[in-house]
Design a protein around this ligand. Structure first.
Ligand SMILES: [Zn+2]
Length: 341
């Protein structure tokens, strides 16, 4: 399992003197919130993309997200929007401008490789990977990190509209999994778009910078099911990432029927239960995991059964995944597969 999922820090402003000049020209009293952000990725939250990490709102060496949850890590200054597999990343997921603005800097040419496979010191210099920074006026800027090499579609000076494609999600810079690291800056300081202006360590509060539809789509999830499905044996991270697990279609003649789930954002103490049911709803297998010893950025589990003599009966087999946190249901997901000869 992946103990730490790190990713890039925001790009340093490339035009500090120009920004300082512009700041002088603005009226002193601007509205607290004068920007409205749309989702910076062309995906459906909860289905084709997921929030893996929020901004760290805790100035101490500990870390806390805007709901006082643990979906962040120390000094993380952006929102990480993850796609479920490398196969999805390879198929291409557009990164789009979160608001109207002007591109003020870009970086291209950083290879799409996991930080695990290259020199960490080398990658630190280019942590953000292939990137775009957009200036929106009134001291607001947005930065988009880790884009796929060759995908950056805009150059400095280009005006962009909210929703306009500026690149694609990649694996460039300091990252282990394909995602967009999205940083919002106000007067050169990273801010949390979920709780702008909230006092430090407050749980909730502040102002959302997201437009209403995006705010609803991004409603806080204390964990998500990243991948789920059925296989004929144990599934590996590699098989999930490559899309091979998704393509596998168990039949009534399969040597086993295995339900699998890969979840993100789990907490220490969480109890996970994955149960498998036959077409009549009778339990076939159940896997109840030991309470997690600590927070887990990502976790995979299985529940499986061998076929009776003569093979599995045709029909709809269902699986139910449930996470209990402090004795209460925190996450639940049901899924099924139709077995045919
Ligand atoms: Zn990040």
């Amino acid at each position: 399992m992946v103990p730490h999922l790190y990713c890039g820090v925001a790009m340093r402003p490339h035009l500090p003197s120009l920004l300082a000049l512009a700041a002088l020209a603005w009226p002193a009293a601007v509205k607290a919130q004068d920007i409205s952000l749309r989702l910076p990725v062309a995906c459906e939250v909860g289905r084709s993309c997921f929030v893996q990490n929020y901004v760290d709102r805790d100035a101490s060496p500990a870390a806390g997200d805007y709901q006082c949850g643990t979906l962040t890590y120390d000094t993380h200054d952006g929102t990480d929007i993850r796609v479920p597999t490398m196969a999805a990343q390879k198929a291409g997921v557009d990164v789009v401008a979160a608001a109207d603005g002007t591109v003020v800097s870009t970086r291209e040419g950083v290879p799409d490789v996991s930080v695990r496979t290259i020199n960490r010191e080398e990658i630190m210099r280019i942590a953000c990977g292939n990137a775009v920074m957009v200036e929106h006026g009134n001291g607001w800027r947005t930065a988009y990190c880790h884009m796929a090499r060759g995908s950056v579609a805009v150059r400095s000076g280009r005006e962009v509209k909210a929703g306009e494609k500026i690149g694609q999600i990649g694996l460039s810079g300091l990252t282990e999994y394909p995602h967009l690291h999205f940083t919002v800056l106000k007067d050169n300081k990273p801010v949390d778009p979920f709780s702008y202006g909230a006092p430090e360590r407050s749980c909730g509060g502040g102002t959302s910078l997201w437009d209403p539809a995006t705010q609803r789509a991004l409603a806080y999830q204390a964990g998500s099911v990243l991948n789920k499905g059925f296989a004929t044996g144990p599934v590996t991270d590699e098989a999930i990432e490559s899309g091979a697990a998704e393509r596998e279609v168990p039949t009534t003649g399969a040597p086993a029927l295995v339900a699998y789930v890969r979840a993100i954002g789990l907490k220490g103490g969480d109890v996970q239960i994955l149960a498998l049911f036959d077409p009549d709803g009778n339990p076939l297998a159940q896997n109840k995991a030991q309470p997690l010893d600590r927070d887990k950025a990502q976790w995979m589990m299985f529940a499986g059964v061998r076929p009776p003599t003569g093979g599995f009966r045709p029909g709809l087999y269902r699986a139910l995944y449930r996470v209990e946190r402090e004795g209460k249901p925190a996450l639940e997901q049901a899924f099924g597969v139709n077995l045919r000869p």
